[in-house]
Design a protein around this ligand. Structure first.
Ligand code: 7TS
Length: 421
């Protein structure tokens, strides 16, 4: 018999025992104003399980040394753990080889790497980059800078009007031409939660010979992403949004591209030989990891990947879907709430406004009850412009969130209405 208790989910393959999962997260044990912390800002960053914190501690207390240079045993262990983490990340997204995984500071740095190392050397006047009106600023600004330097043109796939949180894909056919050199697109929107039909977009891009970069900062932490099945050219994400430490992210790229690209930054480790006249580059991935890398953070990310695998990505996704359905129903039935986005495929992110209340005031009132949501433009000002609002309130969920927390969110909204309206 299917057991349905309020804070747990059972699907065919696996069972998420949320209360047990929550016990793995020290921060979630804390209270504020006497109420347990309800962390509903997982699109911004996520909490860390004890195994990740322990791994960081293990590195600093047991084998803290620089990588790829030391002959002594702790240096060798640090190198082994760092490269093991790369292998874990590679397997997690089904990359063909760990050498196609570059550790960066985050998704933002990974996109900038592509905009410099690929963009600056492959774009010229007449070429076009195609992005969308749904992008996080980190997938807009690097391209604005790249076209400024190269004379190429930046074009946008618009949001569907009236805005329902999806892209107007008919305009893809108009905008995608043999002038398009790269399509850079968000996999899952950090404002609407919309999961874009990226496979279809990749196929269309390939038909005109354009490369595709996927900004998967919001998708890789929440569902199984397979870079070979997608056949994308570049894919980026951030460790801190998937239970890993801050300060580490990933660029995946096809091997041929990485081999043909110029380095992003120069310094130690990224070279093969250096003379006073010229230098030659190290093999990939190290060609793109100049200087001492984020060793502890990458090793911590490896532990986060182990933890996610243990929970099972499909089970995580199923749990989040159930939370999202519940939150949508509850918020629809909460007075004065205006919901944004109703795409048919959505991750666990929901943006809304409450008539008569500024999102910042709402977030402050919710905070008094220990509920953390984000209020603002979510680094996606073009979306705010299309919605014709300065900001929204956003609740975003992860595997440790519960329906009780969503009930508390709705009670908090009603409390704010009673106070302010
Ligand atoms: N791309 C998307 C889709 C994002 O949501 C974010 C961060 C980034 C890129 C940049 O990631 P970073 O780790 O390099 O900063 N999004 C958010 C957010 O929605 N609220 O805070 C950060």
């Amino acid at each position: 018999m299917l057991k349905t208790v309020k804070n747990s989910v059972k699907n065919d393959s696996n069972f998420i025992d949320v209360e047990k999962v929550r016990r793995d997260f020290p921060l979630l044990q804390n209270h504020y104003n006497g109420r347990p912390i309800a962390f509903l800002d997982n699109a911004a960053t996520t909490q860390k399980p004890q195994v990740v914190l322990d791994k960081l501690n293990e590195f600093y207390t047991q084998y803290n040394a620089n990588v790829h240079r030391a002959i002594y045993h702790i240096g060798e262990q640090a190198t082994r753990e760092y490269e093991d983490a790369r292998k874990k990340v590679s397997d997690f997204i089904n990359a063909p080889d760990p050498s196609t995984i570059i550790f960066t500071r985050g998704a933002t740095e990974a996109i900038n790497l592509v905009a410099y190392s690929w963009g600056r050397h492959n774009l010229s006047p007449g070429d076009e980059i195609l992005i969308t009106e749904m992008e996080h600023h980190s997938n807009i600004i690097p391209w604005q800078l790249a076209v400024k330097d190269t004379g190429a043109t930046l074009r946008y796939i618009p949001l569907h009007l009236p805005v329902d949180g999806t892209l107007d894909l008919q305009s893809l056919e108009v905008n995608l031409t043999n002038r398009t050199k790269l399509v850079a697109i968000v996999h899952q929107s950090n404002v609407f939660g919309t999961i874009n039909p990226v496979k279809k977009i990749i196929k269309a891009a390939q038909s005109v010979g354009a490369l595709v970069l996927l900004d998967s900062a919001q998708s890789v932490p929440h569902s199984k992403v397979d870079v070979q099945a997608l056949d994308c050219d570049f894919l980026v994400f951030s460790g801190h949004k998937m239970m890993g430490p801050s300060g580490v992210g990933v660029l995946y790229a096809k091997e041929t591209l990485l081999n043909s690209m110029e380095p992003f930054m120069g310094g130690g480790e990224m070279i093969s030989t250096v003379s006073m006249e010229y230098s030659t580059w190290n093999d990939i991935p190290w060609k793109f990891e100049a200087g001492t890398p984020n060793i502890a953070q990458a090793i911590g990310l490896g532990a986060a990947v182990d933890y996610l695998n243990e929970l099972n990505m499909e089970s995580i996704h199923a749990h989040e879907n159930e939370l999202m359905d519940y939150a949508s129903d509850m918020l629809k039935n909460t007075p004065r709430v205006i919901l944004y986005g109703n795409g048919s495929k959505r991750g666990a992110i929901i943006s809304f406004n409450v008539e008569g209340i500024h999102p910042h005031d709402l977030a402050q009132i919710l905070d008094q009850d220990g509920i953390a949501v984000r209020a603002g433009h979510h680094c996606a000002q073009p979306i705010m412009k299309r919605l014709n609002v300065p900001a929204t309130t956003r609740a975003s969920f992860y595997v440790y969130n519960t329906k009780d927390e969503i009930d508390r969110l709705c009670e908090g909204i009603e409390k704010a209405i009673n106070l302010l309206c």
